[in-house]
Design a protein around this ligand. Sequence first.
Ligand SMILES: CC(C)(COP(=O)(O)OP(=O)(O)OC[C@H]1O[C@@H](n2cnc3c(N)ncnc32)[C@H](O)[C@@H]1OP(=O)(O)O)[C@@H](O)C(=O)NCCC(=O)NCCS
Length: 144
Amino acid sequence: MATSADIDALLIIENQSFPSPWPRQHFLSELEKPYSTVLLACSPIDTPQEILGFIIFWQIIDEMHILNLAVDPAHRRRGLGRRLILKAIALAQEHDLKTVWLEVRPSNQAALSLYHALGFQHVATRKRYYDDTGEDALILCLSL
Ligand SMILES: CC(C)(COP(=O)(O)OP(=O)(O)OC[C@H]1O[C@@H](n2cnc3c(N)ncnc32)[C@H](O)[C@@H]1OP(=O)(O)O)[C@@H](O)C(=O)NCCC(=O)NCCS
């Protein structure tokens, strides 16, 4: 689980990962929400451990909402993204949640491949959802 001491590392990954990255305040506010979890993927051997990726999700009533997921570009395609989302899904199952939701850009082939491989289904589209590019958002859902 992340603390405020991790925010600088999260921001570096965030800024390298998204066209409209979250600002520091977004990360700080997630740490304060009782229903929000910020999970980290860390290098196994470095001391102190280097943060290589993160996932942020909400657990509300019987649903999980994944808000953010990113892996350091230098450490992609090594299974970290899959491990992070599988950990979130395992927690959802442990807590008896019924569905996991997320939004993704249609142009994000890497993320779409990952989500489809894990069984997420495209259930709706929000037209011109992303301000920066005017892209739609695909709403994906995994039933547990
Ligand atoms: C999406 C992201 C988190 C994936 O992380 P990752 O650690 O590289 O992913 P993994 O190594 O666990 O890959 C798992 C599977 O996802 C798919 N995948 C990942 N990267 C891919 C790519 N560049 N092209 C196509 N498929 C890809 C593959 O199916 C892969 O399985 P495989 O390696 O056995 O073929 C990462 O690319 C990232 O941080 N992107 C920028 C931020 C982002 O788009 N986040 C998601 C927002 S919705």
